[in-house]
Design a protein around this ligand. Structure first.
Ligand code: SF4
Ligand code: SF4
Length: 178
């Protein structure tokens, strides 16, 4: 059994009752992650996306979670305070069934990185109505084997999209240039 470690767990609490659907969070996140920083704004590159249904007065911010190569079978509808939310619209995964949380040019999966560990995440900073709250908690957990790295997740996604052989050929070609 591994050692007991204390880690700081960072999370963002979402209060959908306070969200007004202004989309400032999408703007701030995509600007922060542009290269160079703040050089462009494109909500499709944001790691937080709004699920908006104005007719039913529904505004739900969803933060990008992890990549999933498989499409799930979840088609449930959740009723929260009298409003219907489909399982897919609340899901945080970048999955093969939809274009949400994928970099628009490369289709690489986008994951919320808590603004690279900055003091206060950009989306929280710009959310005037206070729908997003940044939380830091100390938690104990058992030490595990090496976590899956971002590089591995990116490669898995590329292999799923282009096939293993094409990805290997491309890596071999790029390595020869270096
Ligand atoms: S915490 Fe940072 S990376 Fe995550 S959704 Fe908010 S702005 Fe984007
Ligand atoms: S900035 Fe806040 S209020 Fe505006 S859409 Fe995002 S979560 Fe909702």
């Amino acid at each position: 059994m591994g050692n007991l470690l204390t880690t700081t767990v960072k999370s963002i609490k979402v209060n959908i009752d306070k969200c007004i659907g202004c989309r400032a969070c999408e703007v701030a996140c995509s600007g922060f992650h542009a290269t160079p920083k703040y050089s462009s704004i494109n909500p499709e590159r944001s790691r937080i996306r709004m699920h908006v249904d104005e007719l039913n007065d529904m505004y739900v911010p969803v933060l990008a979670g992890y990549y999933s190569a498989a499409e799930c079978s979840g088609r449930h509808v959740y009723v929260i305070e009298g409003k219907n939310y489909s399982e897919c619209s609340l899901c945080r995964s970048s999955c093969s069934a939809r274009s949400l949380f994928k970099e628009p040019d490369s289709a690489l999966p986008l994951t919320c990185d808590m603004c690279e560990g900055g003091e206060e995440p950009m989306c929280v900073k710009v959310c005037g109505p206070g729908a997003l709250t940044y939380i830091e908690e100390e938690k104990e957990r058992r030490e595990e084997g090496a976590a899956v790295s971002e590089v591995e997740i990116g490669l898995q996604s590329m292999i799923h999209r282009h096939g293993l052989q094409k990805v290997m050929n491309t890596i071999a070609r790029i390595s020869k240039k270096d």
